[in-house]
Write a protein that binds this ligand. Structure first.
Ligand SMILES: [Zn+2]
Ligand SMILES: [Zn+2]
Length: 154
């Protein structure tokens, strides 16, 4: 089940990398979104946290630049992090064995998908140099999926 609204089958939200050679499109609204404060996201982005939305991988369409899309997986596992091999912009992450599980980096989207960012995860590892905003979002010390009993999504 999905919280997003129906838009009559015409949903389309585009995004791309910094150099513009990779372009993609979502054909369904993102499922939900939030901020990740893990140390991998800090290193990956050079910032304190990464804003992401979860999408159904089937709703993701690569429009151009596929030959430039590069993926990297941490030796300890986790989602594959995908970025433009030309400009280095991070675009998405995906489950290595389940193409349906994908996250899009908010900054890669051209426009606001209209999905409220609702959580902050891995706050136990938050950068010491940037206080976590007191914004009332639900906070998870580790992955939000480690707290399913509190209403997390399967
Ligand atoms: Zn690029
Ligand atoms: Zn992270």
């Amino acid at each position: 089940m999905r919280a997003g609204e129906h838009t009559g089958g015409g949903y389309s939200l585009e995004g791309g990398c910094l150099c513009g050679r990779i372009r993609f499109r979502l054909t369904a609204p993102p499922i939900d979104g939030g901020y990740c404060h893990c140390t991998r996201c800090q290193k990956r982005t050079g910032t304190a946290a990464s804003a992401n939305v979860s999408v159904d991988g089937e709703a993701f369409e690569l429009l151009s630049g596929g030959e430039l899309l590069r993926g990297w997986r941490h030796p300890d596992g986790g989602f594959e992090k995908c970025f433009c091999g030309e400009c280095g912009a991070h675009l998405l992450s995906r489950h290595p064995d389940d193409a349906g599980r994908m996250s899009i980096r908010m900054g890669a989207l051209d426009t606001d998908p209209g999905v409220p960012l609702s959580y902050r995860q891995f706050v136990a590892y938050a950068a010491p140099w940037e206080p976590i905003p007191d914004d009332g979002l639900e906070r998870f010390p580790e992955s939000r999926f480690a707290a399913r009993g509190r209403g997390g999504r399967a």
